[in-house]
Write a protein that binds this ligand. Structure first.
Ligand SMILES: CC(C)(COP(=O)(O)OP(=O)(O)OC[C@H]1O[C@@H](n2cnc3c(N)ncnc32)[C@H](O)[C@@H]1OP(=O)(O)O)[C@@H](O)C(=O)NCCC(=O)NCCS
Length: 153
């Protein structure tokens, strides 16, 4: 597996992967339809949002992240692993890469408005709970807001 910047022509496949991954938690069709809109990545956004994919050596994309924003504090706005690879270590590799990217671009920290089911993963990665955010998908739903502090080395 290797990790590389996404290409604009992969935007559609990446957007599909996000929804398939989200469905892993058993959400209903209505929620997933909202997710499809909310999580879509356009070809023209891939660079600005620093979309980065984990790719198997045969070319299959296993997961991706988006790390947005300028120093000092960015946002890990997307982080999705293909359902059949969840709990296989891809998320850990992607998260470590995101930390390295954050350091390279001068972020001292980044926030994550986490799916409630994913919070344990981010806590394991070293993020801490710093607040609450409103779900952009379903009114009234609250999400854990986490912050990861980027060390200098
Ligand atoms: C959250 C997500 C990206 C994590 O990626 P992953 O590849 O499954 O994570 P890893 O296998 O690298 O897990 C690393 C460690 O984090 C912890 N962890 C991961 N998922 C966890 C979970 N659901 N509950 C508790 N701990 C978890 C474990 O300690 C794990 O190590 P282990 O497998 O040796 O026990 C992935 O589960 C996912 O895409 N989920 C569906 C979509 C989603 O909710 N994305 C996040 C949106 S904010």
């Amino acid at each position: 597996m290797h990790i590389r910047a996404a290409r604009p022509d992969e935007a559609g496949a990446i957007s599909d992967l996000a929804v398939r991954s989200k469905a892993y938690w058993g959400y209903d069709e209505d929620f997933l339809a909202g997710s499809r809109v909310q999580l879509a990545v356009g070809p023209d956004e891939v660079g600005r949002r620093r979309v980065t994919v984990a790719e198997r050596d045969d070319g299959v994309v296993l997961g991706f992240y988006a790390l947005e924003g300028d120093p000092p504090v960015g946002e890990l706005s997307l982080m999705f692993v293909a359902p059949c690879h969840i709990r296989g270590g891809v998320g850990r590799r992607l998260f470590a890469h995101a930390v390295s990217t954050a350091r390279d671009v001068g972020l001292t920290a980044f926030t994550i408005d986490s799916d409630p089911f994913a919070e344990a993963f981010y806590l394991t990665m070293g993020a801490v709970r710093t607040g609450e955010a409103r779900s952009p998908i379903r009114a009234g739903r609250k999400l854990p807001r986490l912050t990861f502090t980027v060390s200098s080395s």
